[in-house]
Every structure is written in C-alpha cells, then in structure tokens.
Design a protein around this ligand. Structure first.
Ligand SMILES: [Zn+2]
Length: 217
C-alpha cells in the first residue's frame, strides 16, 4: 500500500504538513514506484505552474518557506533518534531538537511518543512500538489516520501491513491490530485529531472502549 495520490501531490508541491513529509520521505526510501510517480508529478506540476498567473501567497507561507529553507540547508544533520528504524530522509525532515518522551498505553508493552506537531495543520506525528505477537485494543479513529510500518508488521481487519507499507484509515474507522510474531513492530502515525488521542482522558476513553469491544468480540 502506498500514500494516496493527493498526499504525494501535496508533498511534491510543498503543501504537505510536517507529519506527512516525514512519512512520505520514509515511504519513498523503500518504494521505487512512488519515486517514479513523484518525478512525473513534479515535471507536470512545473509545466503547469509556469502557465499560472500570480496570486497573493497564503498566510504563513513565508515563515514556512524560511523553515523549509533552513531545514534544507546543506549539512543539516539528520535527527539522531538512536534505535529508531528511520531513514536519513525522514530524520532530516524532523525537527533537530526532538525529545522523545515515551508514553505507556494500557496495552501491555505498547508505547508511543510524539515526534512532531505541525503548527499550521495541527497534524501530529507519533512513533509507536509494540512487542511481537501482541494485540492493540480495538479503537476508533476520530479523524483520518495515516500509518507507515517502519519495522515488523501487523494484521488487522483491513489486511496485512508489512514494513514500508502506508495505510490510510478514514474517520470513524476501527481496528484491532495484531503485531507479527517474532519481530518488534515500529510504526509512524499521523493524526488529524490530536486532542482526543493525546490527552490522558482521551487515551483512557479510547482504550476502555477498546477493552469493552475486545470482550464482546
Ligand atoms: Zn509507494
């Protein structure tokens, strides 16, 4: 599974938010077809832009451009994050001062940390880590959720998700992922509705929902 076309388009045109940039960079590192698609989009977009008449730039564009230019400066070190299976491209997109604060969940052995938050879209990037052969309780996605498997894999009601695969869960969807036996599972996730997930009440609420769902399953 690959990022949706509109996400690749947003990435190619510089409109993708920080979580999407990290996740698309990581996916491109492992996916030749998407690299090819991106080259086609870039070439077509350049031709199209050349024929457009100028419009006033959106608010915040200058600040974002400056940030991107600073980030793209040659020699900018890739953010370290030791032990995390991330590509150099993805590490370069991440803020240099990421402080990983692991949080436990009510699922035994599962933990997650917030890696970044986009100031313009409010999109949040999480890294998650699960032991092998373990269920994460059933939960509902309040908003769209993008996931990218970094290592290991999992299966859920939607299918199998192996390392490098990208999936989009629509708002209101539910699942109960089971990590593959024999390998720890690492994922990146982008959430559009951070408030519900990040507050401890939201977590508790979601996990309790999951537990009652698991009991009745
Ligand atoms: Zn792809």
């Amino acid at each position: 599974m690959h990022p949706p076309e509109e996400t690749l388009l947003a990435f190619a045109s510089g409109q993708a938010d920080l979580p999407h940039r990290v996740m698309v960079e990581e996916h491109l590192d492992r996916c030749a077809p998407c690299c090819g698609a991106l080259h086609e989009i870039t070439a077509a977009g350049g031709a199209l832009l050349a024929g457009l008449s100028p419009v006033p730039p959106p608010e915040g564009l200058w600040e974002e451009l400056r940030r991107r230019i600073e980030n793209a400066a040659p020699g900018r070190p890739a953010t370290a994050l030791p032990g995390m299976p991330l590509s150099t491209g993805a590490r370069r997109e991440l803020p240099a001062d990421v402080e990983v604060r692991w949080r436990r969940t009510l699922a035994r052995g599962a933990r997650y940390a917030v890696l970044a938050r986009d100031p313009f879209t409010g999109g949040v990037l999480l890294v998650g880590h699960m032991p092998p052969g373990r269920f994460f309780p059933r939960h509902r996605h309040a908003g769209r959720e993008d996931t990218l498997v970094l290592a290991g894999g999992y299966a859920d009601e939607w299918g199998r998700h192996d390392a490098g695969q990208y999936a989009v869960y629509p708002p209101g969807s539910q699942h109960r992922p089971l990590t593959d036996a024999g390998e720890e599972c690492w994922v990146l996730a982008r959430l559009e509705r951070p408030n519900r997930l990040l507050g401890w009440r939201g977590w508790l609420e979601r996990l309790l929902e999951g537990r009652s769902g698991a009991r009745s399953a």
